[in-house]
Design a protein around this ligand. Structure first.
Ligand code: G16
Length: 544
């Protein structure tokens, strides 16, 4: 099969963000945009000769076309075998699972996660390495450098392949196997959780569920595992058919975008557990009857109870959270006498800690929780973990949360996002905060005295690599904290994220409305960053 070497010219903007390259579909459709990025990855990988590659995505608009291009380029770059999810589908955690199980060189995961899909919306591509996790910064930096000078890409001519029928086919010497996207992942879940116990909970009616797949990739996984295998009542999984535009919705599992689910959970007869997942299935939102569990609390609760669940019965080696994530899990780690690592935002930073077996569980405030079972965060895994806990403890979600707060205290937590800010204005806000850092320690804002003000710098404890400028941290003497950073996943303008948390030990004060409990910090944050004043926005775009 003749390999064509086609000339191309570089694009200046192919620097991967927090999680891969995310752009408007229109950007990916121009010239050789996708081809340049894919070739830059192949040029960065030492050799793809004869190796196995995994390809799949969240089913959004352009997923299928992108897969056909990647297959033809893989054949031209010497790949021996490609595993493709049927219909082009593979959730991000399932892709990680398949890469690990089949000892692949890595995989292309096609997704812009929780960003909307469709011809006018977003697309994304990310390369995961052999451990199943997102490529580390040292790799993505080299991909970016390559993309700035690339002058040719390799491709073969071949008709489009059938990616909807399981089975094998070939392009030249390269074999393509269309696999069931759910099978390997479902098998892994069965090893981690007590499926028998969860199944009896559903069968007896003690356990009821509403899982909102938001017309994204988790639908087929949730139907198979929750309804078909675990006997959740038919219809427990809603919006289960993946659509190219997610039904026009925003597949972001939070109280704003999963509002249908939230309405059910605050209605007269809510199920025991309410949950939602995002575009590519790596995020999760957990709710109980009249109760929302913050991702930071969820991580802490899973850590505190992990030894009760089969996959973690030997206990945890350590835990980690991203820097802006609430510190509830730190308290659990301290009580257990295990290490708690604080990493920059981005799942890729957990990879080394997991590979070095320093941690077992990790999570982020951005609705991501996971463990050493794969190298991505995992939405459905978190839902199964909660189902297992509820079935075991025979308590409601609200009761489990309240018990946890009684034992460890409550960390009130909220993130305020200001979206679509003009980039120079956002840079001005961050610049002002930088300028304030030196003078903040010791300064009082009412009852809050600053004990630490810095720009977070991470030194990876495993390989010593350094990541600078990972967000502004301002801590106060009453165990409160404010963090400011710019999102690295948006595709238009800039998004300022303001994270606030306050610790409360007194059980009589554990049931205040969150925004009320954080009112002082919200005012201090505005005083410091002046986002409302500088943008004219009266309110955050999203509060979680
Ligand atoms: C990605 C990363 C996460 C990160 C999140 C938000 O998630 O994998 O680690 O927390 O983005 O990042 P930012 O605050 O920079 O927008 P996902 O689900 O979008 O792949």
């Amino acid at each position: 099969m003749a390999v064509e070497i086609r000339k191309t010219t570089p694009y200046p903007d192919q620097k991967p963000g927090t999680s891969g390259l995310r752009k408007k579909v229109k950007v990916f459709l121009q010239g050789n945009y996708l081809e340049n990025f894919v070739q830059s990855v192949f040029d960065t990988v030492e050799t793809a000769d004869g190796a196995t590659l995994v390809v799949g995505g969240d089913g959004r608009y352009f997923n299928r076309q992108a897969i056909q291009i990647i297959l033809r380029m893989a054949a031209a770059n010497g790949v021996g075998r490609v595993l493709v999810g049927r219909g082009g589908l593979l959730s991000t955690p399932a892709a990680s699972c398949v890469i690990r199980k089949h000892r692949a060189l890595g995989g292309f995961v096609l997704s812009a996660s929780h960003n909307p899909g469709g011809p006018e919306e977003d697309f994304g591509i990310k390369f995961n390495v052999a451990n199943g996790g997102p490529a580390p910064e040292s790799f993505t930096d080299r991909v970016y450098q390559r993309s700035r000078v690339i002058d040719a890409y390799r491709i073969v001519s071949a008709p489009d392949l059938d990616i909807d029928t399981p089975g094998r086919s070939r392009i030249g010497d390269m074999e393509i196997e269309v696999i069931d996207p759910v099978a390997d992942y479902a098998e892994l879940m069965e090893h981690l959780f007590d499926f028998g116990l969860i199944r009896s909970g559903f069968r007896s009616g003690a356990l009821t569920l509403r899982f909102d797949a938001m017309h994204a990739v988790t639908g087929p996984y949730a139907k198979r595992i929750l309804e078909e295998t675990l006997s959740a009542a038919p219809g427990s999984v809603v919006n289960a058919v993946p659509l190219e535009d997610f039904g026009g919705g925003h597949p972001d599992p939070n109280l704003v975008h999963a509002r249908e689910l939230a309405a059910v959970m605050y209605s007269g007869r809510p199920p025991t557990l309410g949950a939602a997942s995002d575009g590519d299935g790596d995020r999760n939102m957990i709710m109980g009857a009249n109760c929302f569990v913050t991702p930071s609390d969820s991580l802490a609760i899973l850590a505190a109870n992990a030894h009760l669940v089969p996959g973690y019965k030997d206990g945890l080696r350590g835990v980690a959270r991203s820097m802006p994530t609430g510190r509830a899990v730190d308290r659990v780690a301290a009580a257990m006498g295990i290490e708690c690592y604080e990493t920059p935002t981005g799942w890729k930073f957990f990879g080394n800690l997991l590979d070095a077996r320093r941690i077992t569980l990790c999570g982020e405030e951005s609705f991501g929780t996971g463990s050493d079972h794969v190298r991505e965060k995992d939405g459905l895994w978190a839902v199964l973990f909660w189902l297992n806990l509820i079935a075991l403890r025979k308590q409601s979600v609200a009761a489990i949360v309240a018990d946890h707060w009684r034992r460890f205290g409550r960390d009130y937590y909220s993130r305020h996002d200001y979206e679509g800010i003009e980039v120079p204005v956002a840079e001005g806000i961050m610049g002002r905060l930088q300028d304030l850092l030196a003078e903040l320690p010791g300064r009082a804002f009412g009852d809050y005295r600053v004990t630490l003000a810095d720009d977070f710098r991470y030194v990876d404890p495993v390989d010593g690599s350094v990541s600078e400028h990972q967000g502004i941290r301002i801590a106060f003497d009453n165990s409160s904290r404010i963090v400011f950073r710019l999102s690295g996943t948006g595709t238009e303008g800039a998004t300022l994220r303001v994270y606030m948390e306050r610790y409360e030990r007194d059980p009589n004060l554990h049931n205040l409305p969150t925004q009320e409990a954080l009112a002082d910090l919200i005012a201090i944050a505005e005083d410091l960053c002046q986002v409302k004043k500088r943008t004219g926005m009266a309110q955050p775009s999203v509060m979680t």
